[in-house]
Design a protein around this ligand. Structure first.
Ligand SMILES: *Cc1c(COP(=O)(O)O)cnc(C)c1O
Length: 405
């Protein structure tokens, strides 16, 4: 069986993790701080904080901004549940909008129509690693008309003076936007280092801060750190450092517990160091798939590169033209029978009980459903061989033929 997305784990990772385990310091410490520094320099953003997941990062940022009950946050209907859940955890309302015709990402026109005086943030999602239309989104939140309707209620909201753009960049580390690294082009961008993502720390996430110059990102870094450690005014490292009298700390708010461990950062440092080779292999895999499906009349290939954007090659989201949801599911069964694992990204949120039961309706998001119903995600990872790729493409082509005729 060809697996869908095994992590790239090897002796190098085992050695680096082993060093941390025996170093006397296994939780948040020097490795995490080093990983944050290296990420900030790789991305070219002002500051990075690492946490135990992207989900935690997104929620902490919304909490820092003061998003609360009565507020609205605009998200795409086509995403993973984390994007909506963090908004709901804050007591706010996720306002779901449909995606664009041209790709799997949020439509800026739909975002514009959904903005109200209650809108505090927008969470665009770089589905499959392909960046959203950030120039248009940034222009929208900065336009005089939209700024005029923004109702600032917290210090952070007053300082920014407009809707916050926080990219759910869970898929898109290493993607490029207008010649810049993705993660550096929005107020905030949050990467995921979950086991199935391009760059992994087993579990983990990073928040990239690029807020305007008038906002002190060191202060936000410190605020997010405190929120990630129960609201303690000092972290464990600060308490053991500098000797006598350092045991005393304050708890300034009832915070969370979602810091990254040095064990995780050790994996991340190796992954980051060799990330270019990972991206290169992923691109070759995309090219292989594109060549294999080019002459299949049923194949709708994913958008992954244009004049201003390049994907991080996270997910190859193939679509079978004309297939219904049932036919797509049957094609997937046939592919699995041929010993190849595939997946579907994503079930639009209105299909899922948690959101359906509170009134979100799939009918309101036709473009999301159209794309979902005939979508099949193919394996993409560093260790896939060309022989594997030939097996996968043959299995997909044969299975489509069996079901679609
Ligand atoms: C994986 C994923 C997340 C969550 O990342 P975690 O690190 O597991 O919290 C959020 N959004 C999207 C689109 C994802 O695919």
């Amino acid at each position: 069986m060809i697996p869908f997305s095994p992590p790239r784990m090897d002796q190098r990772i085992v050695e680096e993790v082993g060093k941390v385990l025996l170093s006397g310091w296994i939780t948040t410490g020097p490795r995490t701080k080093e990983f944050e520094k290296q990420l900030a320099s790789y991305i070219g953003c002002r500051k990075v904080i690492c946490l135990n997941s992207a989900t935690a990062g997104m929620e902490l940022v919304l909490r820092w901004f003061g998003v609360k009950a009565g507020d609205e946050v605009i998200i795409p209907a086509y995403t993973y549940c984390a994007t909506a859940n963090v908004v709901m955890h804050c007591g706010a309302t996720p306002v779901m909008v449909d995606i664009d015709e041209k790709d799997f990402n949020i439509s800026v026109a739909n975002v514009k129509n959904a903005i109200t005086a209650k809108t505090k943030a927008i969470i665009p999602v770089d589905i499959s690693g392909f960046p959203c239309d950030y120039e248009a989104l940034n222009a929208l939140v900065n336009s005089a008309e939209i700024k005029a309707s923004f109702q600032a209620q917290t210090e952070a909201q007053k300082q920014l003076g407009r809707i916050l753009v926080m990219a759910d960049a869970a898929h898109s580390i290493g993607a490029k936007y207008q010649g810049k690294m993705n993660g550096s082009v929005t107020d905030v961008a949050v990467f995921s280092f979950h086991a199935v993502k391009n760059l992994t720390t087993a579990e983990g996430g990073a928040v990239c801060l690029n807020l305007p110059e008038n906002i002190d990102v060191d202060e936000i870094y410190s605020a997010l750190n405190i929120k990630s450690l129960h609201g303690q005014s000092k972290d464990a490292l600060a308490k053991v450092k500098a000797g006598g009298g350092n045991w005393r700390y304050d708890v300034v708010e009832p915070g969370y517990k979602c810091n990254m461990m040095d064990i995780q950062a050790a994996i991340g440092l190796v992954e980051l160091e060799r990330y270019d080779s990972n991206l290169t292999r992923r691109k070759e895999i995309f090219d292989f798939y594109n060549a294999a499906f080019e002459n299949q009349s049923w194949a709708i290939q994913p958008t992954f590169l244009n004049d201003e954007k390049e994907t991080s090659y996270h997910l190859y989201m193939l679509r079978v033209d004309g297939a219904t949801e049932e036919q797509r599911d049957e094609i997937i069964n046939r592919i699995f029978e041929k010993e190849v694992s595939v997946n579907v990204h994503f079930q639009p949120l209105p299909l899922l009980t948690a959101y359906k039961s509170i009134g979100y309706e799939m009918n309101d998001y036709p473009e999301a459903f159209n794309k979902y119903q005939n979508e099949i995600t193919l394996p993409v990872y560093f260790n896939l061989t060309d022989i594997n790729l030939a097996t996968i493409t043959a299995a997909v082509i044969a299975s489509v033929k069996e079901v679609m005729g």
